[in-house]
Each structure stands twice: as structure tokens, then as C-alpha cells.
Design a protein. Structure first.
Ligand code: ARG
Length: 262
């Protein structure tokens, strides 16, 4: 009996030790001796992250910022694409080490994860087919409006819904909503200016207008999310500050956002 208890306790200790190691250390070591850290993202959000149709690679502003930071800190970077709505859970399950997905730092999320300093701010807009009769948020009344599951736009839609009741539809991926709108299955999509531009620049069939409502939160300040208590947060902030100071951040904004693409 005693032996069984000792064996069980040893097993428990091994499990605990494994968990402890995971919570602190990035996931793997690769051949070059560098550790690999895994970034979770949702590659439906150009110019922040999207799949390059020619190379099938995930590219974008967030990817370049993440590459710079991880290189500076001596890690290899692995990127995991998944649904935006599951990213916080993925961090908590430790299946990713950090999340960069145009994600806004807000109070609700900050209860579950830590955030880096803000690295870019977008503004919320409504994306509609060109020529649509929807020209203001009041016109959304009664319309089918798409938002991404778990996003700040889903929360904004709830607020707008109180003023102009609409049919809010929640989708996993922004690119799927854009396709649905092209097929007349959605009348409008709430997203951010930069992402709307990411889609309109490749299509002459889309238009956008700003969500202008002083009583609502229309700014979308983006940060990197890390597990609660992660030692990496301070390191990431250090490199973000360095990037602001040495002009690297401006260069990437110019590359991806101001000029609108590669
Ligand atoms: N900015 C919004 C939020 O933080 C949406 C971000 C969606 N990101 C994405 N990669 N699809 O909730």
C-alpha cells in the first residue's frame, strides 16, 4: 500500500514538474540550439496577418513585429493559425506562448492574460458592398451584420444593436464574412479601418465608413498577449520600446499599413 502511495506521489510530482517547466519556458529546443516559441494568431486579418496566396505563408505586420522581437531575444518563431475566438484559451492551455492577432488589450481579457504595451491603434469601421444603402451605423437597423466571434467588434455590435436593432451574426473568420457578403449573405461587417483597407485594396466592390459615436469605444489599441505572470512580457516590452526608438516600428507601419501591402 505504502509503495502504491509513493508511486502515485512520484507520478504527481513528475506531472507538476512538467507543468511548471511549461509555464515558464518556451516549448522546444531546435537543432541550432535556440528555443522555439510559438505564436498564436488568426490569419484572416490583413495587413496584420493573412495567408499569402502565392506562397501559402502567413505574412503581415504582426508577423514582422513578432519576427523582430523573437530574433532580438534569441528565439526561433513558430506560428500557429487558429480561430480568433480560441486564442486566449490557447494561451491558458499553453498550446501557444504568446498571441499576436491585432488583439486589443481590454479589462475583461486582462483578467485572464497579461498584455504588452500597445504597438498600434486601429479604428472601428463598417465594411459594406460598394453602392450599399448602408451609409451610417443607424442604417444597420434590421440588417445582417457580421462580426468575428470573441472580438471587440462583437461587443461594439451589441452596443449598436441597442440603438438600431440589427441581426448580428457571429463568424469565426473575417475572410469568410467578406466572402459571405459578396454572396449577399451578409449586409455589412464591423471591423477596423486597417483591415477593411486590407480587403478593399484588392476589391473594387467594397466600401467602408467610420463608426462615429462618442458614447462608444471606437479605438482598437493592439497589444501582444502573454500568459499571466509570464517573464517574457518585460522582454517583449523592452524590444517594442527599442523598435519605437530605432525607427523599426515606423518602417513596418510604412511597409504594411501606410503603403497598404508588401
Ligand atoms: N481587434 C479586435 C479584437 O481585439 C479583433 C481582432 C481580430 N484579429 C484577427 N486576427 N482576426 O477583438
Amino acid at each position: 500500500m505504502k509503495k502504491v502511495i509513493i508511486m502515485m506521489m512520484t507520478a504527481l510530482l513528475v506531472v507538476l514538474a512538467a507543468c511548471g517547466a511549461n509555464a515558464e519556458a518556451p516549448t522546444k529546443k531546435s537543432e541550432d540550439g535556440k528555443k522555439t516559441i510559438v505564436m498564436g494568431t488568426s490569419a484572416d486579418y490583413p495587413p496584420f496577418e493573412s495567408v499569402d496566396t502565392k506562397t501559402n505563408e502567413i505574412v503581415g505586420f504582426d508577423i514582422d513585429v513578432a519576427k523582430y522581437i523573437t530574433k532580438e531575444l534569441g528565439y526561433n518563431l513558430e506560428i500557429k493559425d487558429q480561430k480568433f475566438g480560441g486564442l486566449i484559451a490557447a494561451l491558458n492551455k499553453e498550446s501557444v506562448d504568446f498571441v499576436m492577432a491585432g488583439m486589443v488589450k481590454n479589462e475583461e481579457r486582462a483578467k485572464q492574460v497579461d498584455f504588452s504595451s500597445v504597438y498600434f491603434t486601429s479604428h472601428q469601421v463598417v465594411l459594406v458592398p460598394k453602392g450599399s444603402d448602408i451609409k451610417t451605423t443607424a442604417d444597420l437597423k434590421g440588417k445582417k451584420v457580421g462580426v468575428q466571434i470573441g472580438s471587440t467588434q462583437a461587443a461594439l455590435a451589441e452596443d449598436l444593436n441597442k440603438k438600431a436593432p440589427m441581426k448580428v451574426e457571429q463568424w469565426d473568420k473575417v475572410n469568410e464574412m467578406v466572402e459571405a457578403m459578396a454572396g449577399n449573405k451578409l449586409d455589412a461587417i464591423i471591423t477596423v479601418d486597417t483591415v477593411a483597407y486590407g480587403y478593399t485594396k484588392d476589391s473594387d466592390r467594397l466600401a467602408q465608413f467610420n463608426v462615429e459615436d462618442d458614447s462608444l469605444e471606437t479605438g482598437d489599441p493592439m497589444s501582444i498577449a502573454l500568459p499571466k505572470g509570464s517573464k517574457l512580457t518585460a522582454d517583449f516590452n523592452k524590444v517594442l520600446k527599442e523598435m519605437e526608438e530605432n525607427g523599426e516600428m515606423d518602417k513596418l507601419v510604412e511597409k504594411w499599413i501606410k503603403s497598404g501591402g508588401q
